[in-house]
Design a protein around this ligand. Structure first.
Ligand SMILES: Cc1cc2nc3c(=O)[nH]c(=O)nc-3n(C[C@H](O)[C@H](O)[C@H](O)COP(=O)(O)OP(=O)(O)OC[C@H]3O[C@@H](n4cnc5c(N)ncnc54)[C@H](O)[C@@H]3O)c2cc1C
Length: 462
């Protein structure tokens, strides 16, 4: 079968769908989105059962379809904050988003199809249910929406040896495997490990029966700084704290001390230096819960899990058959290096503004629709890889601020961003007269130029 299309988008995760949605909204182009998974939505299909968005639903997904109802939760750990969809809700949302794209008549979503690359007669894809090969004749561009494919517990390869009979459970299986008569060792430093610990605590496991094997200490944002709409002033306050810390930092350690002192970032145990920064967040209640876990093993990454012993990079520790080890070591965000987003015949979706994967994919779709020259498109959308450590923060923030400055000078891009539901700051103009917002905007404007200069000096990648 020969398929003709203007754009072939490889990957029907959040990025591929948000890009396709923007392109279909802004142009008359025909778009084909393919994914080797059986349904659209990317990694959410295989998410662990108790996952939720860590950011509010209000600015997640695709531009043309709301996720949730912008409710403020009244109860539970998210009380006072905007609702965050569960994994199942995100999964259902993307199926609907894909179906709506198909209903436009200009977008074909082929799930269960794998992209094989470019052959002599066009782009090659394989129907995974029949094994049939198809050729796709692409009139404009192939869009790589899998360059930053997420690494998740359900599909990653466990990065250490596991001896026969050692008890290792993937985090996805934790609710089904959990027993009242055992202890737990949670393996991993990031948000998934934190979620697993909180799930155990919420399900009545006493803190002294949880051991946390934490190779790195991580920084987390305070979730209150990511609340949009009526609480958008808190986002602006967070940005202004970033700018102030960036402008005054003498080095990277000093930078993080400033961010912590201002309440922008938190770490679980302030007695230990934290080197990991992934841009994830915790609420105050989650932080208090996690601080109850006192048995933390800080001997680096696990090398080998045995029945009675865990061998780590910098030593070993005892374990036993009554301990259920929970694997939370998948990387989550993909650390692929930056490559130009707009290339001849090709678009490689990546991050541009920090912490905004859906917004970035939609923005790239908008810029593709409204600019002709790849040099100009790349100027408006320079790649900005996900951060992994504190050393990445200066590059990530200075690139974000420089790029946002360029958008502000382009009237149409600025107008698009202001109305995009994926823009966490979209409600800022409506709240500009509030005293707290004015203070935050003033602090931000006072410091941002100096912060860009200072952070460029602290950026070891440049
Ligand atoms: C657990 C978790 C929670 C998160 N929570 C948030 C949040 O709250 N807020 C936020 O902003 N971000 C969040 N993120 C960041 C996350 O990266 C994005 O939300 C987003 O879902 C990533 O989508 P993606 O399309 O880039 O990648 P993916 O979802 O990984 O999609 C890539 C797709 O490409 C497909 N593919 C790969 N190779 C091929 C091929 N050869 N042929 C066909 N298809 C192929 C894959 O099957 C996959 O479906 C979270 C990430 C994780 C892992």
């Amino acid at each position: 079968m020969l398929i003709n299309t203007d754009y072939l988008v490889v990957g029907a995760g959040a990025s591929g769908l948000a890009f396709a949605d923007a392109l279909v909204t802004e142009t008359a182009a025909e778009v084909t989105v393919i994914d080797r998974r059986d349904v659209a939505g990317g990694h959410w299909m295989d998410a662990y059962p108790f996952v939720r968005l860590h950011t509010p639903s209000a600015y997640y997904g695709v531009g043309s379809l709301a996720l949730g109802e912008d409710r403020v939760d009244q109860l539970g750990e998210n009380a006072g904050f905007y609702e965050r969809a569960t994994g199942d809700e995100v999964f259902g949302y993307f199926i609907e988003a894909a179906s709506r794209l198909t209903e436009t008549g200009r977008c074909r979503v082929l799930t269960g199809h794998e992209y094989l690359g470019c052959g002599s007669d066009g782009e090659q894809i394989r129907d995974l249910s029949t094994g049939e090969l198809h050729v796709v004749a692409v009139r404009r561009k192939v869009v790589d929406a899998r360059y930053l494919e997420a690494s998740i517990p359900a599909t990653h390869t466990v990065p250490f040896e596991v001896a026969p009979r050692a008890q290792l459970v993937p985090v996805n299986a934790l609710p089904a495997a959990a027993r009242s008569d055992c202890s737990y060792a949670v393996l991993g430093s990031g948000k998934t490990a934190a979620d697993a610990c909180i799930w155990l605590l919420d399900n009545g496991v006493p803190p002294d029966r949880i051991r946390w094997i934490r190779p790195r200490e991580a920084w987390f944002y305070d979730r209150r700084h990511f609340q949009p709409l009526e609480q958008v002033g808190a986002i602006m306050e967070g940005n202004s704290l970033d700018a102030e810390a960036g402008a005054n930092a003498t080095d990277v350690d000093d930078l993080f001390e400033r961010l912590e002192a201002s309440g922008r970032l938190v770490r679980i145990d302030p007695a230990w230096p934290a080197t990991m920064y992934r841009g994830t967040m915790l609420s105050a209640r989650e932080l208090t819960a996690l601080r109850q876990i006192g048995d933390v093993v800080r001997l680096g990454r696990v090398r080998r899990l045995e029945v009675e012993r865990i061998v780590l990079e910098r030593g070993e520790t005892k374990t036993d058959t009554d301990v259920m080890h929970v694997d939370c070591t998948a990387a989550g965000l993909n650390n692929a290096p930056a490559t130009p987003i707009f290339q001849p015949g090709r678009i490689v979706l990546q991050q541009v503004r920090h912490l905004s994967p859906c917004f970035n994919a939609a923005l790239i779709g908008y810029v593709e629709a409204h600019r002709d020259d790849d040099v100009e498109k790349n100027r408006l959308c320079p790649p900005n890889p996900y951060a992994s450590s504190i050393e990445d923060w200066p590059r990530m923030m200075s690139r974000t601020w420089r790029t946002e400055g360029r958008w502000l000078r382009e009237a149409d891009v600025s107008a698009w961003a202001t109305q995009s539901r994926l823009n966490l700051l979209r409600a800022l103009p409506d709240h500009a007269s509030e005293p707290a917002v004015q203070i935050a905007v003033k602090r931000y404007l006072t410091h941002v130029t100096a912060a860009i200069d200072r952070l460029k000096q602290l950026d070891r990648s440049s």
